[in-house]
Structure formats: structure tokens, C-alpha cells
Design a protein around this ligand. Structure first.
Ligand SMILES: [Zn+2]
Length: 495
């Protein structure tokens, strides 16, 4: 997520084509009945060099989800069937699902819950945002089972909770974390808590998703992943998408959207905004294309064949999702000012930052609630790198000053960058994790030397792709590369 101010101006010139829908043949069979072992449906969504990952990640959860979006666009019903594999070294007696709408201002109800075909009664915790599903006998390491359920979701029509990540407002349905989502089992056991208002909501393992959506015909649907089939008969449109590996599934729908798109090599970027804001959509697309190219060169190739940018009413400047970013509609009037600054400045820094999360959040995962610096601070550092690469010294200096300015909001206090979101006050969180945090990576680069640092960060990204990073693994990989002890530097900045 991003709340940022950058203190310089740049002009972006992009040429794009208006998106035209392409005809897709009707599905030969029900994609939701795809055998669990068959991962071919995910192949078109991955670039050629990334497709080998489909033969790996044996223990990743596979979700088969059906969303039926009502005509009012804020009620939906759904089904979920998920194959869960015990990837731990200990037997598990249960699996825990997050029901995030229950703490995001909306409501999620579960019914007809079954494990291996047998009805079970779950236990609810954390204000009904956690559902513990018991197993009749322990699930041994490496074993799998199928969990099935039906669910309903009511989407809030306000932006009050967590920046309005889940909301129906201004004719835009932003459907974030709106399916029963398996929590992460890690060294803390089932790791779940109620997310603070100031940070990101989820902490998730990389998974696979086949999602079938039905929605009123007049809305434009944009989702994580890649379209597998589409049917626009009658009054209802249906769409099947395949996405993965990915750490979440996001969907937006709006009758107002127009789109621009452009293909760069294997990757098609699509940018959606309300009619009248095409200039903003073009600027966002141009920034995203440069950011994806830049980060692919520095860290690892962008793994997907599609990247979508959508304008939503969120109160954050931007929010990251797998293969997709949401940018607040407030900065799409790029020919005018926003809060006294050209909106195009906000657009560039926000899109570059959210694009950076494709590497640090989605490709390399982390506990976003306990270790927000591993995704937010590192993404801010990536954004600094973007400005340096795109705009030279002036760009780097301008963005760096904005980081210093953020840290200055708490008088440049030596507050550690490595605390959980909940340990910071609202002001400290922005100042430390988004301001001081990226400056730690600058200090680390100064200490290691640029060449060694670049090799380290590439190795870190590659080694932990589709895995979960921890502060300890980051430090260990850095120390391997510099053949040095970084303890004192980490003590000065992180702990
Ligand atoms: Zn962010």
C-alpha cells in the first residue's frame, strides 16, 4: 500500500491503443472441475521462463471459486472448493480460513461446510474473521484433503474500513479478500490476527486459483490472473479466469470503466479508469511499463503475461494485488493538481511503488502485519531505484528527499524499521516503514558496495520466489554476499 509524496515533476508520453475485446471460444468443459493435478490452465498466465514453476510448488493450495455478483453489485454468493496440502513437518488437526469481509465493514457467512465430503462444524474467532475447520483425523505432512463450502458476502458501501479495500462506491465494486482464504501456518502456528487500520490486511502463501464469475452484463470485470473463457449471452456475463501462483485473488467491476492496453514483449498491460479519465489511465500504463521493465532487470522477471491497473475510490493512494494494482481515482486528473501538487507526480510514484510490490509481497512473500518493512520498505527502495533509473540523479535526489521528509515527520527518531504494524502509531508507521525503512536499504547498499548489493537483492528475490521471507533470511543472504557481519547495521536500523 502507499501513501506518498514525491517532490518533483516529470512528463510521461505514452502511446496506447484502445482495448478491443477478443472473441473467446466457449469452454469445452467446466473449468471448476479441472483435476487438481492439471495445472495447464495456468500456463497462459505465466511468461515462458516462469512456466516451470507449475511443475513445482506441489503443496500450494488450489482454489476453485465461483462468484455470483448480484445486480446491485454489492451482494454476492459463492462456492469454494479448495485442495489443501499439509506442507508442514507436523500433523495438523485443522485448517484455518480468514473471512476478511467480517472485519472490513462488510459481512461473510459460510454454509454447507464439508471436509472430504463430510459436513463439519467450524469455530469462529477474531470477530468472525477466522474460521477454524476441524479434521476428523490428523492430516499428516504431505497429505491433502478437499474443503468445500458455500458463502455469501455483503460489500460495504463506505470506505471507512482499511482505506476501503473492500467497497462498493462511486459505481466501482472493489472486491478484495472476498473469499474464504487459508491463513499461513508458520513457526507461530496458524498465524492470524486482526489487521490494524493503517497497514495491509493479508499474509498468505502462494496458491492457485480457478475462478468462475457471473455478473451483470453492463459491467467491465477486471481480475487477477488471465481470462480462460468468457460468455456474454443473455443478461448475465460469465467469465472464468486462472491465476497463480499468487497470494490473493482480486476483482473489480464497474459500468464506468474504459480501458487502454499495450503489450511489451510477453506482458500485456491494461489500464482501466472511468470514462473521461483516459489521460490518467495512459499515464499509469506508461509508468507501469517502465517500472516492470526496470524491476524485471534488477530483481527477477515479472512472472505473469498480464498486469492490470484499475482506478478505485480507495482512500489509500494505491494498493497492490497479484498481477494487479488499484490506484485511487483521486489522482487520475493528471492535467491538474492534487493537494497542491500535479496529480501526475502522485501517479508516477504511486504506480511505480505498487508495481514494485509484484516482487516484494507477491513473488517474495512475507508476514505483512509483523514484518511490514520486508514488503513496504523494500518496495520504497525499489521505487527509489526506479526514479534513479528513469530520471537520473535529479529523480533519485527528489525521491530520496521525500523519504527524508517522511522520516522527519517523527523528528528522524531512531525508531526501528522492523516492528509489526501494530507497534507503530499511525504517524510513526508512515514515517518509519515508508521513510526510514528504504533509507536502511540505501545504508546497506553503501556498506556492501553497489555491485555486491545488486547481486544480493537478485539472489534474495530468486531464492525466496513464491516463498515467505523473514528478516533472518534477508540478513543471512546479505551476509553471504558481503562475507561480512551485518549485526551492528541491523541493530542500528532494524531491531
Ligand atoms: Zn506499499
Amino acid at each position: 500500500m502507499r501513501r506518498l509524496f514525491a517532490s518533483f515533476l516529470c512528463l510521461l508520453l505514452v502511446s496506447c491503443s484502445v482495448l478491443t475485446p477478443t472473441a473467446t471460444p466457449p469452454p469445452r468443459s467446466d473449468p471448476l472441475k479441472t483435476p487438481w493435478e492439471d495445472r495447464s490452465i495456468f500456463k497462459p498466465g505465466l511468461i515462458a521462463s516462469e512456466q516451470s514453476v507449475l511443475d513445482e510448488l506441489d503443496t500450494a493450495s488450489i482454489y476453485h471459486i465461483e462468484f455470483k455478483i448480484a445486480d446491485d453489485l454489492y451482494h454476492l454468493t459463492g462456492t469454494e472448493e479448495v485442495r489443501y496440502t499439509n506442507a508442514e513437518t507436523v500433523p495438523l488437526n485443522e485448517v484455518r480460513f480468514r473471512l476478511f469481509p467480517n472485519i472490513l465493514g462488510g459481512e461473510m457467512m459460510i454454509s454447507n461446510l464439508k471436509v472430504s465430503g463430510e459436513p463439519v462444524t467450524p469455530k469462529y474467532e477474531l470477530e468472525d474473521s477466522l474460521m477454524a475447520v476441524p479434521f476428523s483425523s490428523p492430516l499428516e505432512p504431505g497429505q491433502s484433503l478437499i474443503i468445500q463450502m458455500e458463502f455469501t458476502v455483503t460489500v460495504p458501501q463506505t470506505l471507512e474500513s482499511n482505506y476501503g479495500v473492500l467497497a462498493y462506491a462511486d459505481d466501482v465494486l472493489a472486491l478484495a479478500h472476498a473469499y474464504p482464504m487459508i491463513a499461513v501456518y508458520d513457526d507461530e502456528g496458524w498465524n492470524a490476527e486482526i489487521p490494524p487500520q493503517s497497514g495491509d490486511v493479508t499474509y498468505a502463501d502462494a496458491s492457485f486459483y480457478i475462478v468462475h464469475i457471473s455478473a451483470p452484463k453492463e459491467v467491465v470485470l477486471v481480475t487477477s490472473g488471465r481470462e480462460a473463457s468468457r460468455d456474454e449471452a443473455a443478461q448475465v456475463q460469465t467469465l472464468t479466469v486462472a491465476s497463480g501462483p499468487a497470494r490473493d485473488f482480486y476483482l473489480v467491476a464497474s459500468p464506468k470503466y474504459v480501458a487502454v492496453s499495450q503489450t511489451f514483449g510477453e506482458v500485456t498491460i491494461r489500464s482501466f479508469a472511468a470514462k473521461g479519465f483516459e489521460d490518467g489511465a495512459h499515464v499509469a500504463l506508461g509508468v507501469a511499463s517502465k517500472a516492470i521493465e526496470d524491476f524485471s532487470a534488477h530483481y527477477a522477471p515479472y512472472p505473469y503475461t498480464e498486469f492490470d491497473i484499475v482506478s478505485t475510490p480507495t482512500l489509500a493512494l494505491g494498493i497492490e494485488y497479484p498481477g494487479m494494482i488499484a490506484i485511487t481515482s483521486r489522482i487520475y486528473d493528471v492535467n491538474n493538481d492534487y493537494r497542491g501538487v500535479p496529480a501526475s507526480i502522485y501517479m508516477e510514484s504511486t504506480v511505480a511503488h505498487e508495481a514494485g510490490h509484484q516482487w516484494f509481497y507477491n513473488l517474495v512473500g512475507d508476514d505483512q502485519l509483523d514484518d511490514p518493512w520486508l514488503d513496504e520498505s523494500l518496495t520504497q527502495f525499489a521505487t527509489l531505484q526506479y526514479f534513479s533509473d528513469e530520471h537520473g540523479l535529479n529523480g533519485e535526489e527528489g525521491f530520496r528527499k521525500s523519504l527524508e521528509g517522511r522520516w522527519e515527520n517523527v523528528g528522524k527518531a531512531d525508531i526501528p524499521i522492523g516492528l509489526p504494524v501494530a507497534a507503530y502509531s499511525g504517524q510513526e508507521y508512515g514515517a518509519i516503514v515508508y521513510g526510514r525503512g528504504p533509507l536502511f536499504f540505501v545504508a546497506l547498499r553503501d556498506k556492501m558496495g553497489k555491485e555486491v548489493f545488486d547481486q544480493f537483492i537478485q539472489d534474495y528475490t530468486e531464492t525466496l520466489s513464491w516463498d515467505i521471507a523473514t528478516p533472518e533470511t534477508l540478513k543471512a543472504i546479505a551476509e553471504q554476499h558481503c562475507s561480512c557481519d551485518l549485526t551492528s547495521l541491523f541493530e542500528e536500523w532494524v531491531y
